[in-house]
Design a protein around this ligand. Structure first.
Ligand SMILES: C[S@@+](CC[C@H](N)C(=O)[O-])C[C@H]1O[C@@H](n2cnc3c(N)ncnc32)[C@H](O)[C@@H]1O
Length: 252
């Protein structure tokens, strides 16, 4: 198993998945035009949100391109009849039955750098949602990233701990404003505090940075209306200096 999938839950141990699920439910109450029973978790990773939403009574299918992520998700959801997982490319998968809502949490949309790939991804999600259903996802706001450029370009360690395991993250961004891209070099040191062993690995990801207005147009071109942009998974107003954008769009 690759180290990213192996340690994924530790690497993101700082997240408050229950709060994020509370946010999703509030957004559904606020903006959905349909009653939500069935949710598609796009790029579900190890199934954090699928499982939390499943516990709240929704029927959830998580799809991820990584077999290893899906394997972990299935292990974690063992015994849950209303939650299932599928290995597949979300940009190429159209389900027979549509969903009432879809989510793509924690940077999934940022994987689609090229316009064609992004449109294919969004069009496929649109096909999987009923009219009036929501698509909730996060991505990067170029203005906010540029505003905090010094912080992003200076490596500074972050720590995440779960049980006896400690993860130390160091990331450095190289920002290309003209092309609206950022190359992020991330290195992780995983320390087993009980045994003292250290596992070190690194990866590079390329992210696409958007303007809020661009998002509105792209969503419209793919059959969605933009409902709202939030700065994170809290119901607070978005401002241009927020590096992240949580986008709520409704299928037309
Ligand atoms: C940063 S993880 C986020 C996982 C999860 N949504 C969460 O919040 O923990 C991004 C995930 O997107 C998946 N992914 C990337 N491209 C994909 C694609 N074309 N189809 C489905 N999943 C994809 C990756 O395998 C990875 O598990």
């Amino acid at each position: 198993m690759d180290q990213y999938a192996l340690y994924y839950d530790l690497l993101y141990a700082n997240r408050d998945v229950r709060r994020e699920a509370d946010f999703i439910e509030s957004i559904i109450r606020k903006f959905s035009h349909v009653k939500v029973k069935k949710i598609l978790d796009v790029g579900c990773g190890t199934g954090m949100h699928s499982i939390e939403l499943g516990k709240r009574g929704y029927n959830v299918i998580g799809i991820d391109i990584s077999e290893e992520m899906v394997k972990k998700a299935r292990e974690k959801a063992r015994g849950m009849e209303n939650v299932s997982f599928l290995v597949g490319d979300a940009a190429n998968t159209v389900f027979k039955d549509k969903f009432d809502a879809a989510i793509a949490m924690y940077g999934v949309a940022s994987y689609f750098i090229e316009d064609e790939a992004l449109m294919k991804f969004l069009n496929s999600i649109r096909q999987n949602i009923v009219e009036g259903g929501l698509f909730i996802f996060d991505t990067w706001n170029i203005f906010g990233v540029n505003d905090k450029r010094v912080y992003y370009e200076m490596p500074s360690p972050e720590f995440r701990k779960s049980g006896n395991m400690l993860a130390i993250k160091e990331s450095t961004w190289t920002i290309d404003l003209m092309n609206q891209l950022a190359d992020v070099d991330i290195s992780w040191s995983i320390v087993d505090l009980s045994r003292g062993g250290v596992d070190v690995f690194s990866h590079r990801i390329r992210l696409r940075l958007f303007t809020p207005r661009e998002i509105k147009h792209i969503m419209r071109d793919c059959g969605f209306s933009l409902c709202e942009i939030y700065p994170d998974y809290n119901l607070v107003p978005f401002s241009e200096d927020s590096p992240e954008m949580v986008i709520v769009a409704r299928a037309d």
